[in-house]
Design a protein around this ligand. Structure first.
Ligand code: PRX
Length: 655
């Protein structure tokens, strides 16, 4: 980490906002002053930008930490805020979604049309028996029906759990079971990389008969959108085609008011153990901060902008900055189904050109892979509509930041590097475009109303010019309200480390520069970040040992030029297995296996077959040493190993 810090500190370029941008920016410096003077009052003002069926009289209740309540006696309907109120304000004809499928098919969906669709679907879900508080799992491609599904579930006070379409049937099963979902909404398939990638079969497999498994089946119905036109199997009393019920349903549906703390969604994310955590978010505070940050950080002008966040709704970025933030603000956005390089490597730039995208929000891993392909590709498209660029999900190295600005942003557009997490629900650290002078590589400052610190192990601030652990020192509106079904794990994971101070521990290392700006240095726990996606070492290890040939496994995240980190696995094969099976091809077989068990994003880049793993005397695997091997470095201090010779054996086997 120290070489990384030294490298970052040599970065001295600074970019002041242009007068033109600053003059028309949504954000202004007074936001900081207002938030500093009265933090809760500031958030109450932001919350009042929403429509409340019953106005709140209390702001924050922190009497039972770490369980916060925001605006608790207020009542609202999240979907009403994202839809009906724009229609009622006369903006029903504004396009909400400019959708483009991977094959190039297009659909524009206005606010009035989306509202109509969501009302119909809300009626369908109610007819299927979905009630307030029930969970609905979504396993969908990036199509307008996906957004409509999230909003319809929210509209009736139910709770959605979106599962990324790239996850396997097993991962889907685990998430359905943990949440106890009553209905699954899916599609036959969606377009990816030039062909239809089936989804429904994974749902079928996840729900396949498990008599004797001891787990109660909770799913009563599967609602299926026809998108891929691929053949699907059908379970008559369970499966329902969307097109058979939604268009026929009544479009009359009055949005009911729900208390601000009504659960809105569960989103599973990887932690340090094998079992993904169901992060729980609620309604009023979440929507307040998602909408506010989308307004001031993405500088959204709903009348004129075409906004595009490239995230899939299977991740938190898609929840807050595709569905909830932009729609609460009445923005027009591009929604794209497919991959960046299909059918040609300039696909994204072509979309920006053709749709006149003005605000673009993506991940560093994408930027780095475009850098690799070369500037000629983006430069052959007209990107002059762009006026603001954003980055999210992992640290953006200064080289990629500067390339992004020069090649995509015509050396002119501000870039906002936004730090946040599934747990924080919305952006926490970012420059404000038009206000902040930006620094390539630094996420910079907390957004107004957010209090963060970089502290040492005992919770004392490290001060400018030093590194430590990133904490949030005050509760914030869009903070997670818990881990689904596991309050103890919530407390232990995020609040125990600095319990005496009451700080939320984010799991990230960070450094403050001499100006007090924050530079993120990556996770300090056993969580990896591959292409901006969180993966846990333990989860992949447990998939590996689930293979009949594997006796033991250790997984590390090794730095990778394109994906930020890559999964590297060290496995010990059972000798019995080796007697009957050739060792050739076993690495590939294990890579494929992990892809099947968890999903292609978890597939290791490298699998090394070794004879032993480095362990401390108490049996803990020393991943730090394996990371040295995986990154081709000299192996660090081995004195705490039970057997100090083991690393030279492993290094030799890896070569
Ligand atoms: O390590 C940080 C990294 O992503 C983690 C959160 O991952 P997830 O919950 O999947 O949410 C990703 C999208 C919000 C953080 O703990 N991270 C996220 N944004 C940044 C970042 N690291 C550095 N810079 C960022 N801008």
């Amino acid at each position: 980490m120290s070489s990384q810090i030294d490298h970052l500190l040599t970065e001295t370029r600074r970019f002041a906002p242009s007068a033109a941008f600053a003059g028309n920016a949504v954000a202004d410096r007074s936001l900081y002053e207002r938030a500093a003077a009265d933090r809760e009052g500031f958030w109450a003002d932001q919350a009042r930008e929403l429509h409340w069926h019953t106005p709140f009289t209390t702001v924050l209740d922190w009497s039972n930490p770490p369980f916060a309540e925001w605006f608790a006696d207020g009542e609202l309907n999240v979907a009403y805020n994202c839809l009906d109120r724009h229609v009622e304000a006369g903006n029903g004809d504004r396009i909400a979604l400019r959708w483009e499928g991977e094959p190039g098919d297009q659909r524009n969906v206005t606010y009035a049309e989306l509202t109509d669709e969501v009302k119909r679907l809300a009626n369908v879900l109610t007819d299927l028996g979905v009630e307030k508080g029930d969970r609905v799992a979504l396993y969908l491609p990036m199509i307008p029906e996906a957004i409509a599904s999230m909003l319809a579930v929210a509209r009736i006070g139910a709770v959605h759990s979106v599962v990324f379409g790239g996850f396997s049937a097993d991962s889907l099963r685990a998430r359905i079971d943990d949440a106890g979902a009553k209905v699954v909404i899916t599609a036959d398939g969606g377009w990816r990389k030039g062909k239809v990638s089936p989804l429904k079969p994974a749902v079928d497999q996840a729900l396949a008969d498990r008599n004797g498994s001891g787990i109660q089946e909770t799913v009563e119905h599967v609602l299926v959108v026809k998108r891929g036109e691929n053949d699907v199997e059908w379970t008559d009393d369970r499966d329902i085609w969307w097109h058979d019920v939604v268009p026929q349903a009544s479009a009359d549906h009055e949005a009911q008011a729900f208390p601000a703390e009504t659960p809105l969604f569960i989103l599973y994310t990887s932690g340090t153990t094998g079992k993904p955590k169901g992060i729980l978010h609620t309604s009023g505070g979440y929507l307040t901060q998602a909408a506010f940050t989308n307004r001031v950080v993405h500088d959204v002008h709903p009348e004129t902008d075409v906004y595009w966040c490239t995230a899939d709704i299977g991740w938190i970025t898609g929840h807050s900055y595709v569905t909830y933030g932009p729609l609460a603000n009445g923005a027009t956005q591009l929604l794209y189904e497919g991959t960046p390089d299909t059918p040609h490597p300039g696909r994204w730039w072509e979309l920006i050109q053709n749709h006149g995208v003005t605000v673009f929000y993506t991940a560093p891993t994408a930027i780095r892979s475009f850098m690799k392909i070369g500037r000629d590709v983006p430069q052959s498209f007209d990107l002059s509509s762009l006026r603001l660029l954003g980055s999210v999900g992992e640290p953006i190295n200064p080289e990629a930041w500067v390339w992004y600005r020069e090649i995509i942003g015509a050396d002119e557009t501000p870039i906002v590097d936004t730090w946040w997490q599934t747990e924080t629900g919305a952006i926490m650290i970012s420059a404000l475009p038009g206000v902040t002078e930006t620094k390539p590589g630094s996420a910079q400052v907390p957004v107004p109303g957010i209090s963060i610190a970089v502290v040492d192990d005992s919770g004392e601030p490290v001060g400018n010019g030093s590194g430590g652990l990133l904490v949030v020192t005050e509760p914030w509106p869009s903070m997670l309200r818990g881990i689904w079904g596991d309050p103890d794990r919530y407390r232990e994971t995020y609040w125990e480390k600095f319990a005496d101070k009451g700080y939320y521990f984010a799991g990230d290392g960070a450094r403050l520069d001499d100006d007090g700006d924050v530079w993120l240095l990556g996770r300090v726990d056993d969580v990896m970040n591959v292409s901006g996606h969180r993966l846990s070492t333990a989860e992949i290890e447990s998939a590996l040992v689930g293979h009949e040939g594997v006796a033991e496994a250790a997984v590390v995240g090794a730095s990778d030029e394109t994906t930020g980190q890559a999964v590297v696995a060290f496995v010990i094969i059972k000798s019995r297995y080796l007697k009957q099976n050739p060792v050739e091809g076993l690495g590939d077989e294990l890579r494929r296996w992990v892809g099947e068990q968890i999903g292609p994003i978890a597939r290791p880049r490298d699998v090394y077959i070794v004879g032993e793993l480095p362990k401390t005397r108490s049996g803990k695997i020393m991943r730090r040493l394996l990371r040295d091997v995986a990154e081709g470095r000299e192996v660090g201090d081995t004195t705490t190993l039970a057997d100090t010779a083991v690393m030279s054996v492993i290094s030799a086997q890896v070569k």
